[in-house]
Design a protein around this ligand. Structure first.
Ligand code: FES
Length: 550
């Protein structure tokens, strides 16, 4: 890198720190980086940032060091300069109150580091549930050429001859323990088998879903979604990600050229086909909707097989980071082979697909149900409300022998929406112990929170507006009748408008606030579930607004 070079748009000369003297800024930057032993010829290459989300608190990213090594190799083989930098890392089970609370912070962290540091392209290493959405939200705003590298799924384990994996089986075994079908010794034994290696959950939960969506968007290298974390295939995907990053840096193939209306429609088709709506059948035979695990999907050639089956429904001219269209990539992946993980459209797992949006006076802004993981017998159901006012209330009473509940009732949990509790995955309420012991396996549950993508049951989520903002959910009382009709996409509280208005007037809402820090920012600026629980100020600005710091 020459100090005289005045191009401030590429390599290490990009985005100079402002001292009021650009020559000095570059001189100083070069002095510091040379302190780390870099040569001039290294510094003259395209700079590829590698966002490292490895953390001792995130076993889903436990292979990050190996992936980084492989990405660096790919970058250098292609003539680029790899620069690894840390960002936040969020694991589902290690963040309080929950990972969703921190997703927007990670997105802002990613966006600002991509803007602030000099790089011509970036490889984002992510995997655990909120990390890939956070990274892509940030990268979309930063606008660089971007490659998403998925950490990959964990291996499955074995418990007393049965194949098990997180986290559908975690919930299933915990349910058995609560129902006293297995004892303390067995639940401890299975605990050591559910997560058999580093990597993300092995079923079609949020992490695997986001991996498939990233590939469908065209933001991973071909085949980047499915290789398990500890396989040679995953390492090769990492090396290829580094190579492609240099290529897209040279071509200036920025993320806005990949994230188009067509690529989003393709991603939505894939979401529906993997367990996720209404016009696209569910084709993928993975837990929690069905039986297999991510490693089986990979053995069935992963996304190539799924995309080939979905071909007539996709925009084949959507561009991917390879520089080729999705259609060209599907062609290049070959003719396919006999396998039983991805079903044909003529013979789907579910004709209707996975996710349905419900509306009605209980959810004027909408609610969702993952119907592919629900009980067919409960999808048309009317029942009596059994109300829990918040998480603490539920924890105190759900296992009480005195709880007035039957399997035909509908459990209501309030105040777990974005402002109520940062949307924890508590929508998967446990079956009340006395019902579980009596053999009840499912009951209709309704809340303004979320559930893990690995969970199953007839569970209505994301009720909008949330109860903490005074949505109708806040005014449901014990004994009210509620009607759920998935066929009619209906969620209704069977009381009159006058009665609802009377209850609202009698009990004005008090929107939660915080005194300081990120929690204050979150509570003041988070949007509702139907807007992705993003921050209002992260929405794109009107076109005529000029950024303050350029
Ligand atoms: Fe990380 Fe499931 S906990 S992907």
């Amino acid at each position: 890198m020459s100090i005289k070079k005045d191009s401030q748009t590429e390599g290490l000369s990009k985005g100079l720190t402002q001292y009021g003297d650009t020559g000095f800024s570059l001189f100083l930057r070069k002095a510091f980086i040379k302190g780390a032993g870099y040569s001039d010829s290294a510094l003259d290459r395209p700079v590829i940032g590698i966002a490292d989300t490895g953390s001792a608190y995130n076993p889903c990213h436990g292979n990050a060091p190996q992936l980084i090594q492989a990405v660096e190799r790919g970058v250098m083989l292609a003539g680029g300069l790899p620069m690894v930098f840390p960002t936040m890392s969020i694991h589902e089970s290690f963040t309080k109150p929950n990972s969703m609370f921190l997703r927007n912070l990670m997105s802002m962290d990613t966006e600002e580091l991509l803007r602030a540091q000099p790089m011509d392209a970036v490889v984002l290493i992510g995997g655990c549930d909120k990390t890939v959405p956070a990274q892509l939200m940030g990268a979309a705003s930063a606008g660089l050429p971007t490659v998403q590298l998925i950490t990959g799924s964990m291996l499955t384990g074995s418990h007393r001859g049965e194949r098990v994996g997180a986290c559908t089986d975690c919930r299933r075994y915990w349910g058995k323990f609560r129902a006293e079908e297995i004892d303390q010794a067995e639940v401890q034994e299975v605990n050591t088998q559910l997560v058999a290696s580093v990597g993300t959950c092995s079923v079609m939960g949020t992490a695997s879903t986001m991996a498939c969506i990233a590939e469908a968007l065209g933001l991973t290298v071909p085949g980047g979604a499915s290789p398990p974390a500890v396989t040679a295939d995953r390492i090769r995907v990492a090396e290829e990600s580094g190579r492609i990053a240099v290529e897209i840096a040279k071509k200036g193939l920025s993320i806005d050229k990949i994230l188009t209306e067509k690529s989003f429609e393709n991603a939505m088709r894939v979401l529906l086909a993997i367990g996720g709506s209404t016009h696209t059948p569910v084709l993928l035979d993975l837990k929690p909707s069905s039986q297999f695990y991510m490693e089986d999907f990979h053995h069935a050639a992963g996304m190539a097989t799924l995309l080939r089956e979905l071909k007539p429904l996709l925009h084949l001219d959507a561009l991917t980071i390879t520089g080729h269209t999705l259609g060209e990539w599907i062609e290049a992946s070959g003719p396919g082979f006999q396998q039983n993980v991805v079903k044909s459209r003529a013979n789907p797992i579910y004709k209707e697909g996975g996710i349905a949006v419900l509306r009605g006076n209980l959810a004027p802004g909408g609610a969702i149900i993952k119907q592919s993981a629900a009980s067919a017998s409960l999808m048309e159901h009317e029942g009596r409300a059994v109300v829990f006012e918040n998480l603490q209330d539920m924890a105190l009473r759900i296992d009480s022998e005195d709880l007035d509940v039957t399997a035909n009732d509908i459990l209501i949990l309030k105040h777990i929406g974005p402002k109520g509790a940062a949307m924890p995955e508590a929508g998967y309420m446990p079956i009340p112990k006395k019902l579980a012991k009596a053999g009840c396996k499912d009951i209709v549950r309704i809340s303004d929170g979320r559930m893990s993508g690995t969970a199953f049951g007839t569970i209505v989520l994301h009720v909008t507006p949330e109860s903490a903002l005074g949505g109708p959910l806040a005014y449901v009382q014990n004994g009210d009748r509620i009607r759920l009709s998935v066929a009619n996409r209906e969620l209704s509280l069977l009381i009159s408008d006058q009665e609802l208005a009377r209850r609202q007037a009698a009990q004005p809402v008090k929107v939660p606030t915080a005194e300081r820090g990120y929690q204050k920012l979150f509570l003041e600026r988070v949007l509702q579930a139907d807007k992705g629980a993003d921050f209002d100020f992260l929405m794109p600005p009107p076109k005529n607004i000029i950024p303050k710091f350029e």
